[in-house]
Design a protein around this ligand. Structure first.
Ligand SMILES: [Zn+2]
Length: 283
């Protein structure tokens, strides 16, 4: 491990600022389980697809009936050492910003300033008809007031806040609607099969252009929306470093990979860099 710390430390110092591309693995220690296991296969049942949500009222109801149970846990999640390390690195000038595939806002909670929410944010809900944006907490209150929420001690929660529960809960479930126009509402997130807004993609490319290299953390890059940024960075001659337990689709593109306790490694390196910075400040 100490060799790995020295090695990662040397890399972090060599080419700042780095841009971080983060995935579900970063939030796992905050109690938000990952979509996929180390080999990249699906865990649990399939999440809802974008087109299903838009066109199928039954699927939408099913989504909300599950999400109402998952949201409290996602909402209560707090940043872990990986989130905090990245916020510290930004404070030190070693990190230019973060492109995250996570929708939990934990990077912002940890104090990171420049964060691109590539797949949106789960704490907001948007009306598909009039575009009114409401807080997910407000929608949650409505859902809890208008539905009999079953008590479950053990729920399997996925990163979008979805949860596994029995079918019987579905039949009487009332999904939320827009408080202004009664329209269909949707979480402000990019579901599978959905499209990342072009302005978000553009902002991500600009952040990479400003950075000397890219670090991937906690993602197998099984979704193309993240993988393309690795290809872009490498295409621009920038080094790509991967901190992830298990296979990623960019393994053949990266300069170096750290796959044993990668976030502990990052935290140790960051701690040393913060310490060295404070020593310098103290004269
Ligand atoms: Zn509306």
């Amino acid at each position: 491990m100490s060799n790995s710390v020295d090695s990662l430390l040397a890399i972090l110092k060599s080419g700042a600022p780095w841009v971080a591309l983060t995935g579900a693995g970063v939030s796992a220690a905050s109690g938000i389980p990952t979509y996929r296991d180390d080999s990249g296969t699906w865990l649990g049942s399939q999440p809802i697809q974008h087109d299903e949500f838009i066109t199928d009222a039954g699927k939408r109801t099913r989504y909300w009936s599950r999400s109402v149970l998952g949201w409290p846990r996602v909402s209560a999640a707090t940043p872990n050492t990986a989130h905090k390390a990245l916020a510290d690195l930004e404070g030190l000038g070693a990190l230019s910003g973060i492109i995250t595939q996570n929708v939990d806002r934990l990077h912002q909670q940890a104090g990171s300033q420049r964060v691109i929410d590539l797949h949106g944010r789960l704490d907001l809900v948007r009306c598909l008809q009039c575009s009114l944006v409401e807080k997910r907490d407000t929608v949650q209150q409505w859902l809890e007031a208008h539905n009999a929420i079953p008590q479950h001690d053990v729920l399997t929660i996925r990163p979008d806040g979805d949860a596994d529960l029995p079918e019987c809960f579905l039949s009487n479930f009332k999904p939320p609607h827009c408080q202004a126009c009664n329209g269909t509402v949707m979480p402000e997130v990019v579901f599978f099969g959905g499209t990342v807004p072009s302005s978000t993609v553009q902002a991500s490319y600009e952040l990479i252009d400003e950075s000397a290299g890219m670090i991937v953390l906690g993602s197998s890059l099984s979704v193309y929306s993240g993988l393309r940024f690795c290809r872009y960075a490498v295409g621009k001659g920038k080094p790509l470093i991967i901190l992830n337990q298990g296979h990623t689709r960019a393994d053949d593109l990266c300069q170096q990979k750290f796959d044993i306790e990668p976030f502990s490694l990052l935290a140790q390196c960051t701690k040393q860099m913060v310490h060295a910075h404070q020593e310098r400040l103290n004269g």
